[in-house]
Design a binder for this molecule. Structure first.
Ligand code: OOG
Ligand code: MG
Length: 262
Protein backbone atom coordinates (compact mmCIF):
# COMPACT_ATOMS: atom_id res chain seq x y z
CA UNK A 1 0.00 0.00 0.00
CA UNK A 2 1.30 3.45 -0.94
CA UNK A 3 -1.57 5.61 0.34
CA UNK A 4 -2.47 6.26 3.99
CA UNK A 5 -5.92 5.54 5.41
CA UNK A 6 -7.00 9.19 5.34
CA UNK A 7 -6.17 9.52 1.62
CA UNK A 8 -8.01 6.29 0.83
CA UNK A 9 -11.09 7.53 2.72
CA UNK A 10 -10.94 10.94 0.99
CA UNK A 11 -10.63 9.39 -2.49
CA UNK A 12 -13.53 7.01 -1.76
CA UNK A 13 -15.69 9.91 -0.62
CA UNK A 14 -14.74 11.91 -3.71
CA UNK A 15 -15.52 9.10 -6.16
CA UNK A 16 -18.77 8.13 -4.44
CA UNK A 17 -19.91 11.75 -4.38
CA UNK A 18 -19.25 11.94 -8.13
CA UNK A 19 -21.38 8.79 -8.53
CA UNK A 20 -24.26 10.10 -6.40
CA UNK A 21 -24.23 13.60 -7.92
CA UNK A 22 -23.56 12.44 -11.52
CA UNK A 23 -20.43 14.59 -11.82
CA UNK A 24 -17.24 13.56 -13.58
CA UNK A 25 -13.65 13.92 -12.36
CA UNK A 26 -10.15 13.51 -13.78
CA UNK A 27 -8.72 10.08 -13.05
CA UNK A 28 -7.26 9.85 -9.54
CA UNK A 29 -3.88 8.49 -10.68
CA UNK A 30 -3.19 11.96 -12.15
CA UNK A 31 -2.78 13.14 -8.56
CA UNK A 32 -1.62 9.82 -7.05
CA UNK A 33 0.50 8.16 -9.78
CA UNK A 34 2.20 5.86 -7.24
CA UNK A 35 -0.96 4.26 -5.84
CA UNK A 36 -0.89 0.47 -6.17
CA UNK A 37 -3.45 -2.31 -6.73
CA UNK A 38 -4.08 -2.75 -3.01
CA UNK A 39 -4.78 0.99 -2.69
CA UNK A 40 -7.20 0.78 -5.61
CA UNK A 41 -9.18 -2.11 -4.09
CA UNK A 42 -9.00 -0.45 -0.65
CA UNK A 43 -10.69 2.66 -2.11
CA UNK A 44 -13.37 0.46 -3.72
CA UNK A 45 -13.88 -1.35 -0.38
CA UNK A 46 -14.27 1.99 1.37
CA UNK A 47 -16.99 2.97 -1.14
CA UNK A 48 -18.70 -0.35 -0.33
CA UNK A 49 -18.41 0.33 3.40
CA UNK A 50 -19.94 3.80 2.98
CA UNK A 51 -22.94 2.32 1.14
CA UNK A 52 -23.45 -0.42 3.75
CA UNK A 53 -23.26 2.18 6.50
CA UNK A 54 -26.11 4.10 4.85
CA UNK A 55 -28.24 0.95 4.83
CA UNK A 56 -27.63 -0.29 1.28
CA UNK A 57 -27.18 -3.98 0.50
CA UNK A 58 -24.59 -5.50 -1.82
CA UNK A 59 -26.60 -7.60 -4.28
CA UNK A 60 -23.99 -8.83 -6.70
CA UNK A 61 -20.43 -8.89 -7.94
CA UNK A 62 -18.98 -8.17 -11.36
CA UNK A 63 -15.99 -8.92 -13.49
CA UNK A 64 -15.07 -6.34 -16.12
CA UNK A 65 -12.61 -5.90 -18.96
CA UNK A 66 -12.80 -9.66 -19.55
CA UNK A 67 -13.11 -9.55 -23.36
CA UNK A 68 -10.56 -8.34 -25.91
CA UNK A 69 -13.21 -6.00 -27.33
CA UNK A 70 -13.54 -4.26 -23.96
CA UNK A 71 -9.80 -4.29 -23.18
CA UNK A 72 -9.08 -2.78 -26.59
CA UNK A 73 -11.83 -0.16 -26.24
CA UNK A 74 -10.46 0.98 -22.87
CA UNK A 75 -6.74 0.45 -23.63
CA UNK A 76 -6.07 -2.00 -20.77
CA UNK A 77 -5.00 -5.63 -20.49
CA UNK A 78 -6.26 -7.06 -17.19
CA UNK A 79 -9.75 -7.91 -15.90
CA UNK A 80 -11.02 -6.04 -12.85
CA UNK A 81 -13.67 -6.78 -10.21
CA UNK A 82 -16.37 -4.73 -8.53
CA UNK A 83 -19.70 -4.93 -6.72
CA UNK A 84 -23.33 -3.92 -7.27
CA UNK A 85 -25.48 -2.23 -4.62
CA UNK A 86 -29.25 -2.62 -4.29
CA UNK A 87 -30.03 0.69 -6.00
CA UNK A 88 -28.11 -0.42 -9.13
CA UNK A 89 -30.80 -2.98 -10.06
CA UNK A 90 -33.29 -2.02 -12.78
CA UNK A 91 -36.34 -4.28 -13.10
CA UNK A 92 -36.63 -6.26 -16.33
CA UNK A 93 -38.19 -3.97 -18.96
CA UNK A 94 -37.89 -1.09 -16.51
CA UNK A 95 -36.61 2.46 -16.74
CA UNK A 96 -33.15 3.82 -16.09
CA UNK A 97 -33.03 7.57 -15.42
CA UNK A 98 -30.23 9.16 -17.43
CA UNK A 99 -30.33 12.33 -15.28
CA UNK A 100 -28.83 10.23 -12.44
CA UNK A 101 -25.86 9.23 -14.63
CA UNK A 102 -22.91 10.95 -16.32
CA UNK A 103 -22.39 9.23 -19.71
CA UNK A 104 -23.95 5.74 -19.56
CA UNK A 105 -23.03 2.86 -21.87
CA UNK A 106 -24.55 -0.62 -22.09
CA UNK A 107 -22.78 -3.97 -22.22
CA UNK A 108 -24.15 -7.41 -23.16
CA UNK A 109 -23.23 -9.93 -20.47
CA UNK A 110 -23.94 -13.41 -19.14
CA UNK A 111 -24.93 -13.39 -15.47
CA UNK A 112 -24.19 -16.34 -13.17
CA UNK A 113 -25.98 -17.20 -9.91
CA UNK A 114 -24.10 -19.55 -7.60
CA UNK A 115 -25.66 -22.32 -5.50
CA UNK A 116 -22.43 -23.11 -3.64
CA UNK A 117 -19.56 -20.98 -2.43
CA UNK A 118 -16.53 -20.68 -4.73
CA UNK A 119 -13.11 -20.28 -3.24
CA UNK A 120 -9.70 -19.74 -4.81
CA UNK A 121 -6.83 -20.25 -5.35
CA UNK A 122 -7.14 -22.92 -8.01
CA UNK A 123 -10.73 -22.21 -8.98
CA UNK A 124 -11.37 -23.27 -12.62
CA UNK A 125 -14.32 -23.33 -15.00
CA UNK A 126 -15.25 -26.88 -13.93
CA UNK A 127 -15.65 -25.73 -10.33
CA UNK A 128 -17.61 -22.70 -11.48
CA UNK A 129 -20.03 -24.75 -13.59
CA UNK A 130 -20.52 -27.24 -10.73
CA UNK A 131 -21.31 -24.40 -8.30
CA UNK A 132 -23.59 -22.47 -10.70
CA UNK A 133 -27.32 -22.63 -10.06
CA UNK A 134 -28.24 -20.95 -13.37
CA UNK A 135 -27.09 -18.41 -15.92
CA UNK A 136 -29.21 -15.70 -17.51
CA UNK A 137 -28.90 -12.68 -19.81
CA UNK A 138 -27.82 -9.39 -18.27
CA UNK A 139 -27.23 -5.84 -19.50
CA UNK A 140 -24.78 -3.82 -17.49
CA UNK A 141 -25.04 -0.01 -17.58
CA UNK A 142 -21.54 1.31 -16.92
CA UNK A 143 -20.92 4.97 -16.08
CA UNK A 144 -17.28 5.76 -15.36
CA UNK A 145 -16.94 8.69 -13.03
CA UNK A 146 -13.85 9.67 -15.03
CA UNK A 147 -14.05 12.42 -17.63
CA UNK A 148 -14.66 11.00 -21.12
CA UNK A 149 -14.29 7.41 -19.77
CA UNK A 150 -10.49 8.01 -19.69
CA UNK A 151 -8.83 5.91 -17.00
CA UNK A 152 -6.12 3.40 -16.20
CA UNK A 153 -6.66 0.12 -14.35
CA UNK A 154 -6.01 1.41 -10.84
CA UNK A 155 -8.32 4.38 -11.32
CA UNK A 156 -11.14 2.19 -12.64
CA UNK A 157 -10.78 -0.35 -9.81
CA UNK A 158 -11.03 2.47 -7.25
CA UNK A 159 -14.16 3.69 -9.08
CA UNK A 160 -15.83 0.30 -8.52
CA UNK A 161 -15.16 -0.60 -12.18
CA UNK A 162 -17.68 1.97 -13.49
CA UNK A 163 -20.55 -0.04 -11.93
CA UNK A 164 -23.80 1.89 -12.07
CA UNK A 165 -26.96 0.00 -13.09
CA UNK A 166 -27.83 -3.46 -14.45
CA UNK A 167 -30.78 -5.57 -15.45
CA UNK A 168 -31.01 -9.35 -15.57
CA UNK A 169 -33.88 -11.42 -16.90
CA UNK A 170 -34.96 -13.62 -19.76
CA UNK A 171 -34.76 -17.38 -19.37
CA UNK A 172 -32.57 -18.76 -16.62
CA UNK A 173 -30.89 -21.99 -17.75
CA UNK A 174 -28.64 -24.41 -15.95
CA UNK A 175 -25.02 -23.83 -16.90
CA UNK A 176 -24.60 -27.36 -18.23
CA UNK A 177 -27.54 -27.04 -20.60
CA UNK A 178 -25.69 -24.81 -23.08
CA UNK A 179 -22.16 -24.49 -24.40
CA UNK A 180 -21.58 -20.95 -23.19
CA UNK A 181 -18.62 -20.54 -25.55
CA UNK A 182 -20.78 -20.75 -28.66
CA UNK A 183 -23.86 -19.08 -27.19
CA UNK A 184 -24.61 -16.17 -29.52
CA UNK A 185 -25.78 -12.73 -28.44
CA UNK A 186 -27.33 -9.75 -30.22
CA UNK A 187 -27.58 -6.35 -28.56
CA UNK A 188 -30.28 -4.10 -30.03
CA UNK A 189 -30.74 -0.37 -29.55
CA UNK A 190 -34.10 1.02 -30.65
CA UNK A 191 -34.75 -2.17 -32.59
CA UNK A 192 -31.47 -2.05 -34.53
CA UNK A 193 -28.76 -4.66 -33.91
CA UNK A 194 -25.71 -2.73 -32.67
CA UNK A 195 -23.36 -5.42 -31.33
CA UNK A 196 -22.95 -9.20 -31.82
CA UNK A 197 -20.82 -11.83 -30.23
CA UNK A 198 -20.53 -15.19 -28.52
CA UNK A 199 -19.65 -16.22 -24.98
CA UNK A 200 -16.11 -17.25 -25.92
CA UNK A 201 -15.26 -13.54 -26.30
CA UNK A 202 -15.05 -13.49 -22.50
CA UNK A 203 -11.74 -15.19 -21.64
CA UNK A 204 -12.59 -18.17 -23.88
CA UNK A 205 -15.53 -19.08 -21.62
CA UNK A 206 -17.58 -16.72 -19.42
CA UNK A 207 -17.14 -19.11 -16.46
CA UNK A 208 -13.41 -18.29 -16.60
CA UNK A 209 -14.27 -14.74 -15.46
CA UNK A 210 -16.06 -16.15 -12.42
CA UNK A 211 -13.07 -18.42 -11.67
CA UNK A 212 -10.76 -15.40 -11.89
CA UNK A 213 -12.96 -13.52 -9.43
CA UNK A 214 -12.89 -16.48 -7.01
CA UNK A 215 -9.09 -16.59 -7.30
CA UNK A 216 -8.83 -12.83 -6.81
CA UNK A 217 -10.95 -13.04 -3.64
CA UNK A 218 -9.15 -16.20 -2.50
CA UNK A 219 -5.85 -14.30 -2.50
CA UNK A 220 -7.50 -11.96 0.03
CA UNK A 221 -8.95 -14.77 2.16
CA UNK A 222 -12.48 -14.20 0.81
CA UNK A 223 -14.85 -16.29 -1.29
CA UNK A 224 -17.90 -15.94 -3.55
CA UNK A 225 -20.79 -16.98 -1.28
CA UNK A 226 -23.60 -19.31 -2.43
CA UNK A 227 -26.49 -17.39 -3.95
CA UNK A 228 -24.34 -14.63 -5.47
CA UNK A 229 -25.27 -12.92 -8.75
CA UNK A 230 -22.15 -12.21 -10.82
CA UNK A 231 -21.85 -10.35 -14.13
CA UNK A 232 -19.08 -11.99 -16.17
CA UNK A 233 -18.15 -8.94 -18.28
CA UNK A 234 -19.07 -7.29 -21.56
CA UNK A 235 -18.89 -9.62 -24.58
CA UNK A 236 -18.60 -6.69 -27.02
CA UNK A 237 -17.61 -3.05 -26.88
CA UNK A 238 -19.90 -0.94 -24.70
CA UNK A 239 -22.52 1.12 -26.57
CA UNK A 240 -23.40 4.70 -25.53
CA UNK A 241 -27.06 5.40 -24.71
CA UNK A 242 -29.17 8.50 -24.09
CA UNK A 243 -32.67 9.32 -22.85
CA UNK A 244 -35.29 7.83 -25.15
CA UNK A 245 -33.20 4.77 -26.06
CA UNK A 246 -34.55 1.28 -25.59
CA UNK A 247 -32.06 -1.59 -25.33
CA UNK A 248 -32.66 -5.33 -25.66
CA UNK A 249 -30.20 -8.20 -25.32
CA UNK A 250 -31.06 -11.48 -27.02
CA UNK A 251 -29.07 -14.50 -25.90
CA UNK A 252 -29.32 -17.80 -27.76
CA UNK A 253 -31.36 -20.26 -25.70
CA UNK A 254 -31.92 -17.71 -22.92
CA UNK A 255 -34.53 -15.36 -24.34
CA UNK A 256 -34.09 -11.64 -23.96
CA UNK A 257 -33.88 -8.86 -21.41
CA UNK A 258 -34.27 -5.14 -21.85
CA UNK A 259 -34.58 -1.70 -20.32
CA UNK A 260 -35.45 1.84 -21.38
CA UNK A 261 -33.52 5.03 -20.77
CA UNK A 262 -35.62 8.00 -19.74
C1 OOG B 1 -14.92 -0.59 -16.88
C2 OOG B 1 -15.95 -1.65 -16.60
C3 OOG B 1 -15.93 -2.73 -17.65
C4 OOG B 1 -17.00 -4.86 -18.48
O1 OOG B 1 -17.98 -5.60 -18.49
O2 OOG B 1 -16.03 -5.01 -19.24
C5 OOG B 1 -17.02 -3.73 -17.53
C6 OOG B 1 -15.29 0.31 -18.03
O3 OOG B 1 -15.14 -0.09 -19.18
O4 OOG B 1 -15.71 1.45 -17.77
O5 OOG B 1 -17.92 -3.66 -16.73
MG1 MG C 1 -19.57 -4.93 -17.40
Amino acid sequence: MKLDAATIAALAQHLETCELEARDTPKITDEYPHMDWDDAYAIQNEIRRRKLERGHRIIGLKAGLTSHAKMKQMGVTTPVFGFMADNFAVPEGGECRVSELIHPKVEPEIAFVTKRALKGPGCHIGAVLAATDFVLPGIEVIDSRYRDFKFDLKSVVADNTSASRFVVGGRAVSAGELDLRTTGIVLEKNGEPVAFGAGAAVLGHPAAAIAMLANHLGARGEEIPAGTLILSGGITEAVAVKAGDSVTLKVQGMGSVGLRFV
